[in-house]
Design a protein. Structure first.
Length: 263
């Protein structure tokens, strides 16, 4: 009964409390221009800020803004097809997300009262899912200069929005080393509904037509294999038009409890 009383008091402290913090880490892109999970040359950096509203010790709503960079380069792939294709890209991602976290063991980073029973709730793994709103701007590089490829229309007539929704989901762990503070580690996937994060979403256009309509740079970026001597006209899909892009954030975070509904 005493242990139950400690847990009840801890939950009372958690309910309605608000936290704020920062997070940062690395990104990984999964799409047509990607070369596996462990190619560190194709990972970008991510930084952001977040706030949490603790519904109780089990459920938390988290609102975040995250700024990251995704990138990929066929030249770094082990795939002979991708090396031959020779496409590269990078894009910034500005993401607003709202997710629900489920703390599997129950969690509290403490309160001004610091109940002894709260020691039982200073660590918990958690899972989460929700919704993201994000913006991206794909660019490709020629001769050391990056160009916005959407405006160059590299696949002639391909239309896509750089403002999209995605479904985030993943897992992490929380630990409170000091009263009111939380350290976290999280791995989060983003299921998108676009195939255009890397600007590879359709089929090869005729090189000469792209050059006449959009200029020499657009023509080169429509078929970068020509930069390494593969000058024949390509046909068919540049990637897989039936699959959508994914990306992942792996982050560390630090958070402080800022407001208590109950003391």
């Amino acid at each position: 009964m005493l242990g139950f009383g400690f847990i009840a008091k801890a939950q009372d402290d958690v309910k309605g409390s608000i936290e704020g913090g920062l997070h940062g880490g690395i990104t990984q892109f999964y799409g047509d221009v990607s070369s596996g999970l462990f190619n560190w040359k194709q990972k970008g950096l991510v930084l952001g800020a977040h706030g949490r509203y603790n519904i109780n010790s089990k459920f938390t709503a988290k609102l975040s803004f995250t700024y990251g960079r995704l990138k990929g380069d066929d030249a770094l792939s082990k795939s002979k097809y991708q090396q031959f294709r020779n496409i590269n890209f990078r894009t910034t991602v500005k993401e607003f997300s709202l997710v629900c976290e489920y703390n599997i063991l129950g969690y509290s980073s403490g309160s001004k009262r610091m109940y002894p029973g709260m020691e039982m709730m200073r660590f918990s793994p958690y899972v989460f899912t929700g919704i993201d709103l994000y913006f991206f701007t794909p660019k490709s590089q020629v001769g050391g200069t990056y160009y916005k490829v959407k405006t160059l229309d590299t696949e002639l007539g391909k239309k896509y929005s750089t403002f999209n929704l995605s479904v985030p989901f993943g897992a992490g762990v929380k630990y409170s080393p000091f009263n009111l503070w939380t350290l976290g580690f999280e791995v989060g996937m983003r299921k998108t509904f676009t195939d255009a994060l890397d600007d590879v979403a359709g089929y090869y256009a005729d090189y000469n037509t792209v050059r006449d309509d959009q200029g020499e740079i657009a023509a080169i970026l429509s078929d970068p294999a020509r930069l390494i001597g593969n000058t024949t006209q390509k046909t068919g899909a540049r990637g897989n038009p039936r699959s959508k892009d994914w990306y992942m954030f792996i982050t560390l975070s630090i958070t402080k409890k800022l407001y208590f509904k109950n003391y």
